[in-house]
Each structure stands twice: as structure tokens, then as C-alpha cells.
Design a protein around this ligand. Structure first.
Ligand SMILES: [Zn+2]
Ligand SMILES: [Zn+2]
Length: 302
């Protein structure tokens, strides 16, 4: 699907996945050169669809696969797409250990219950595939990636994960945001060391400073009113933070106790994610000296 003269989206329907928004993969191309932004899932069907797309575009030599972050929905297809294209897989340095330690407990974008054995095994296999992606090279804030005559700027935007990056295609004022800003809804933010709410808000503020004609998120549709979308995401987090402070004042001293007030109807699968999100707010407030922790319990300071 052509989104702009230099950007294609390469959609694929994963064979196993029934969730709302499967991950996006984009091809940036110019003058016979290309770069993929994220690689999507590594299941056979997704990879096959994307390989077919790239074969039809044999006029484009894909030189890089840039992963916005380590999560397996964005990275597990990378090793197979690299084998097909000969491209180099690149990732921010702070993501490398999380990508490679595929057996470690690391929050991802999808949660499964222990009894969902088949899905849990599938996810384990995806994480192993993701680890095989390498990377071949690391990127850092301020790096530029050349694609034909185009320049893609790497912006380190920690928050969703500590090494998340966004990519800004200067010539088209297009901002690829990975999971830092989605097309619809909000993304999970974990407390350190997996995520950071304070850094997340700083990252969103920073992105607002870019002149963007279009935002292309890791999940969901393109967004055209980019600054407004980013402000909405900031406002949502600040409202949630106020809610956490109010619940603390009302004597709800643990994330578990706050949960029902914040999330009215919660799918059991996303309870761990929701708890981590509250913890991420508390960690930010603690660093600011506004709350303190005693064992499992939290309280307002002063
Ligand atoms: Zn994702
Ligand atoms: Zn993610």
C-alpha cells in the first residue's frame, strides 16, 4: 500500500493473532534503495506476505531493517527478512540485551495467561526468533540513515522501552513512532528498568517539536494532526497521574487497590500490564519526591 511517494506499508495478516492491531511494517525507498521500519511478526504467513511484496519490488534493494524497539511483534520477523534481502538489522543500543535475552522475564506488547499454553509457547518461539535478529549494528540519537537521496533521522525516545526510537523522514516530514505513539489508544508503559513514565512524557514533548505532515505508528492508522495526537497522549497520562494521586489520598495504597477505580472492566489477561502501568506512574512520582514507598504500600509525601 503506497502511503506517500517514498513510503509503502506492507500489511500482513498473521496466522495466529486475533488481537486488535497487528504491527505495521513500512518500506521507505528512493532511487533503488530501501529501508524497512520494523519487521512485524515472524510467523510463516506474515513473513511470506512481506517477502512476496519485496520480491515484486525487486527494483528496491533493502539495505537496512530498522527496529523501533525490541518487542517481538516488531522484531521477530527481522532475521527472516534479513535472510531474504541481505539487509543489516539495526536497533538502539539500550534494546540489545532485552532483544537477546529471550528467556528473561521482560514485558512485551501482548500478555497471555499461564493456561494459554499454546499461545505462550508461540510467544516464546517469537522471542527466540527476535533474538536471532542480532542486531548487526546499533543506532543512537542524532544518527542519520541515508536511503537513496533521503535522510532518516534517528530520535531516541525512551519510555515505552528504554531504547525505543522514532524515525523522522525529513523530505516527507513523516514520523515513524513505533509504540511510542499509536494510531489508536495508548501504549503500555512499565516502570524501570523496562520502561519509564517520566522519560516517556519527555519523549512525547520532544516529538511535538518536529514539523510532521504524517505520523506512522507501530500499530494502527496514519495520523495527520500529529501535534494534537501527541498532546492527547500527554494529557491522558497526566490525567491518570492525577487519578493515582487522588486514590493515594483516599487511602488506596497499592497498585492492586487502585486497579478497579482506574480500569472499570478489565480483561484478566491485561491485569499485569495495568498494574505495571500504575507502578510506572508511582515510580515517576517517587522520583519527583511526591510519593514515597514503604514496603508494598505507597503514600503521599508531606
Ligand atoms: Zn507493539
Ligand atoms: Zn512495544
Amino acid at each position: 500500500m503506497e502511503l506517500t511517494p517514498h513510503i509503502n506499508s506492507i500489511p500482513a495478516e498473521p496466522s495466529f493473532y486475533t488481537g486488535p492491531q497487528s504491527p505495521n511494517v513500512f518500506l521507505v525507498h528512493d532511487g533503488g534503495e530501501g529501508a524497512l521500519i520494523d519487521s512485524g511478526f515472524g510467523d510463516e504467513k506474515s513473513v511470506h506476505t512481506r517477502v512476496e511484496f519485496l520480491r515484486e519490488r525487486s527494483d528496491v534493494k533493502v539495505r537496512r531493517i530498522v527496529l523501533t524497539h525490541h518487542h517481538f511483534d516488531h522484531s521477530s520477523g527481522a532475521s527472516q527478512l534479513r535472510a531474504e534481502t541481505g539487509a543489516e538489522v539495526v536497533l538502539h543500543g539500550e534494546e540489545v540485551d532485552f532483544l537477546q535475552n529471550w528467556q528473561a522475564e521482560v514485558p512485551q506488547d501482548f500478555e497471555v495467561l499461564k493456561e494459554q499454553k499454546e499461545l505462550a509457547e508461540r510467544i516464546e518461539a517469537f522471542r527466540k526468533q527476535a533474538a536471532e535478529a542480532g542486531p548487526d549494528a546499533r543506532v543512537a540519537d542524532g544518527d542519520t540513515i541515508t536511503v537513496g537521496g533521503l535522510t532518516v533521522e534517528v530520535l531516541h525516545t525512551p519510555g515505552h522501552t528504554l531504547g525505543s526510537v522514532c524515525l523522522y523522514l525529513r523530505e516527507e516530514k513523516a514520523l515513524f513512532t513505533g509504540d511510542t505513539a499509536l494510531g489508536l489508544g495508548t501504549v503500555a508503559i512499565s516502570p524501570p528498568p523496562h520502561g519509564d513514565m517520566a522519560l516517556y512524557l519527555q519523549s512525547l514533548e520532544r516529538l511535538k517539536g518536529y514539523d510532521c505532515a504524517v505520523m506512522l505508528p507501530g500499530h494502527g492508522q496514519a495520523v495527520h494532526d500529529v501535534r494534537r495526537k501527541l498532546q492527547e497522549l500527554i494529557d491522558h497520562r497526566l490525567e491518570r497521574e492525577e487519578q493515582v494521586l487522588k486514590l493515594l489520598a483516599d487511602g488506596k495504597a497499592t497498585p492492586k487497590a487502585m486497579l478497579p477505580a482506574i480500569y472499570m472492566e478489565l480483561d484478566r489477561r491485561i491485569v499485569p500490564m495495568a498494574l505495571r502501568q500504575i507502578e510506572a506512574h508511582l515510580a515517576k512520582l517517587e522520583a519527583e519526591g511526591r510519593v514515597k514507598r514503604a514496603g508494598e504500600e505507597w503514600a503521599l509525601t508531606g
